[in-house]
Ligand binder design. Structure first.
Ligand code: CA
Length: 229
């Protein structure tokens, strides 16, 4: 397999250089763009394996770039990791809902970003979305039987709780916004308040007992299943 190519779209030179340095060291080929327009053009012409996209860009901003890439057949499957500043949670939520795969908040450590890059690329290689048994930590989820066990003990979940747990657990480490969780459980266009999702999560955690801690709250953004113990 050839080197995987990663495009960084970031107007801050220091950050762009730092990210480039660490990606190259990890064996990736790196492309760079300083503006949204340039990033969009490079993504369309080079079709990188992954895009690291800053939100605050001069001209076309990161969300707009994300939206355009996700609306074109040729580029919609390029995974995107958003770079955001502290306090941009609302934009992160919008970005994830537009189809970005993950995000990293500035200031970040290179190790953290590299770990996210690897995790996203790994998920891209993973087989599709067929229902399958998920084993994670001490939890086993069997979607055919609608059965959940924690350390071998059966847990009685509602259909909604089950759906939320299954969505989170089959993509460990990935952050889901509340509306993405609702979509995963009920399909698109089903409107539920954020508060209702929080109530479901609270019930789910309680029923999972000690293992409820693996369902993590990501402040201002949503929820994720911890991928490491
Ligand atoms: Ca910026």
């Amino acid at each position: 397999m050839g080197k995987q190519t990663i495009l960084i779209v970031e107007d801050e030179e220091d950050i762009q250089e730092l990210v480039r340095y660490h990606l190259v060291r990890e064996g990736y080929q790196v492309l760079r763009a300083d503006t949204g327009e340039e990033g969009l053009a490079q993504a369309e012409s080079q079709l990188p394996d992954l895009l690291i996209l800053d939100l605050m860009l001069p001209g076309l901003n990161g969300l707009e770039v994300c939206k355009r890439l996700k609306n074109q057949a040729a580029t919609q499957d390029i995974p995107i990791i958003i770079l955001s500043a502290k306090g941009e949670e609302a934009d992160i939520v919008t970005g994830l809902e537009l189809g970005a795969d993950d995000y990293v908040t500035k200031p970040f450590g290179p190790k953290e970003l590299i770990a996210r890059v690897k995790a996203v690329l790994r998920r891209m290689e993973a087989p599709g979305e067929q229902a399958h048994v998920v084993r994670l930590h001490n939890i086993v989820i069997d979607p055919d039987r609608y059965e959940v066990t924690v350390s071998g003990e059966k847990r009685d979940l509602t259909v909604t709780e089950f759906g939320i747990l299954y969505a989170l657990a089959r993509h460990p480490g990935r952050v889901f916004t509340r509306s993405q969780l609702v979509d995963a459980v009920h399909g698109d266009n089903y409107v539920v308040s954020d508060r209702a999702v929080d109530v479901q999560i609270t019930g789910l955690r309680r029923k999972m007992g000690h293992s409820g801690k693996y369902i993590e709250t990501v402040r201002g953004v949503g929820y994720r299943m911890r991928d490491r113990s």
